[in-house]
Design a protein around this ligand. Structure first.
Ligand SMILES: Cc1cc2nc3c(=O)[nH]c(=O)nc-3n(C[C@H](O)[C@H](O)[C@H](O)COP(=O)(O)OP(=O)(O)OC[C@H]3O[C@@H](n4cnc5c(N)ncnc54)[C@H](O)[C@@H]3O)c2cc1C
Length: 393
């Protein structure tokens, strides 16, 4: 995609689309913004590079915070049947002492969080969007930002089209490298799979830190959604194993507290921290993974992106001009605290827990013991899982 200054020439095209807010990317964050703007002054259009409903094949399951459940309920997009409550989280490290347990009874909420397949979350949001609001299978060619509006051109089925909008919202998911993006490659890949335990999960999630990276087991239906984090070479090997050998590798990494009996298909995701330095520019704003992509260890990514969408919708709801620079600057400033806190929390956990140095392993053990023995510290971590930024004093 290339950007042109105002006044640069671009092809003249049909049909003439026109919107106040044009969202690029109909993933869960882009769709959440569109739903949150329903009933506002803004006419909203979404465009996506993939086929409509392509998310049906996404293999991920997401841990959603209790706060996200509340926001999705307000959007009428909470799929209660598809969410499995997490009532306890057991945190430990392989080959070291120290462990802690977070339990829902301590926090007065029905659950610490919920686990839901990406596709069920996306389906609930898509059901709130009018079919004519989404143009799928688009390849964005150019974006021209002018003083009064922006013009985007895209190609669909060999034809070039133009859309004018007051504001372009970028929600295209994880960005590539670029001058605006800072990247920290974790040299880890996440292997995801749904795995059946020999006995029930009792709504307990497990977070086990290993020298390869964190291993998370999230209760989902009768199964665990597994996020098995390992170096890239090991990930390639794990993806090639037959089911029996994969289960054996998982068992070895996790230990003997649970027994795994069968597994569904596996998929791999490379992991890095990617942050955009500026969230808003003239008539453009960035939300969700395109603004910041985090390691999945603390299950913050979508939860943070949903708060981006929610707060942007609040800023735009009554604006006569959706690209109002003051509103965009206020939005971008308002998001800094939440995003910096979430990035630091997640990045800190990955870096502290993903190595095998003896002194650090000892310090981790002390940290886990402290979490267990010192309730305010434990409550802080639990509240971050439940509420996100509202955990901060
Ligand atoms: C293994 C793994 C586990 C995770 N676990 C959790 C978890 O437990 N909890 C949590 O909160 N988060 C988790 N996340 C993060 C979560 O998946 C993301 O934060 C979330 O999907 C971001 O949503 P999004 O809509 O911003 O981006 P995406 O989900 O990536 O959607 C982007 C959309 O934009 C479209 N698109 C892309 N490029 C273009 C383009 N050029 N033009 C038009 N459209 C485009 C795509 O087709 C897609 O529909 C996890 C991530 C991974 C990899």
């Amino acid at each position: 995609m290339t950007e042109h200054p105002a006044g640069a020439t671009s092809p003249t095209l049909s049909p003439p689309y026109d919107a106040d807010v044009l969202i690029i990317g109909a993933g869960p964050v882009g769709m959440a913004l569109a739903v949150a703007l329903a009933g506002s002054r803004q006419r909203v259009l979404l465009i996506d590079s993939r086929q409509r409903d392509a998310w049906i094949d996404d293999p991920r399951a997401l841990a959603l915070s209790h706060g996200s459940r509340q926001l999705l309920e307000r959007l009428n997009a909470w799929n209660a049947m598809a969410g499995t409550p997490i009532r306890q989280i057991h945190v430990s490290q392989r080959g070291g002492f120290g462990r802690t347990m977070l339990s829902t009874e301590d926090y007065g909420t029905p659950a610490l969080g919920y686990v839901m397949r990406y596709r069920d979350l996306a389906a609930a949001l898509a059901a709130r969007i009018k079919p004519e609001q989404l143009i799928d299978q688009c390849s964005v060619d150019t974006i021209e930002t002018g003083r009064e509006e922006t013009t985007l051109t895209f190609t669909r089925e060999g034809t070039i089209h133009r859309i004018t909008a007051k504001l372009i919202v970028h929600a295209e998911g994880t960005p590539e490298r670029g001058p605006e993006i800072t990247v920290r490659d974790y040299d880890q890949h996440a292997i995801v799979a749904e795995v059946r335990p020999a006995s029930g999960h009792n709504n307990r999630a497990w977070e086990r830190f290993t020298p390869d990276g964190p291993l998370a087991l999230l209760p989902l239906g009768q199964d665990y959604s597994v996020v098995f984090t390992v170096p890239p070479v090991k990930a390639a090997r794990l993806l090639k194993l037959n089911d029996e050998n994969f289960l054996a590798a998982l068992q070895e990494q996790f230990g003997k507290r649970l027994e795994f009996v069968s597994t569904g298909p596996r998929a791999g995701f490379p992991l890095a921290l990617r942050c955009r330095t500026q969230l808003a520019q003239r008539r453009q704003v960035w939300i969700g993974n395109t603004a910041q992509s985090l390691h999945p260890v603390s299950g913050q990514g979508f939860n943070l992106g949903l708060r981006d969408a929610w707060e942007l919708a609040e800023s735009l709801f009554d604006q006569s001009d959706a690209g109002n620079p003051t509103a965009l600057a206020t939005y971008a400033k308002g998001r800094q605290f939440d995003r910096r806190g979430s990035i630091a929390f997640t990045d800190g956990i990955v870096r502290l827990f993903s190595n095998d140095l003896a002194p650090i392993s000892f310090a981790r053990g002390i940290g886990l013991l402290a979490l267990d023995l010192y309730p305010p510290l434990r409550h802080f971590v639990a509240k971050r899982m439940i509420w996100g930024a509202r955990a901060w004093p």
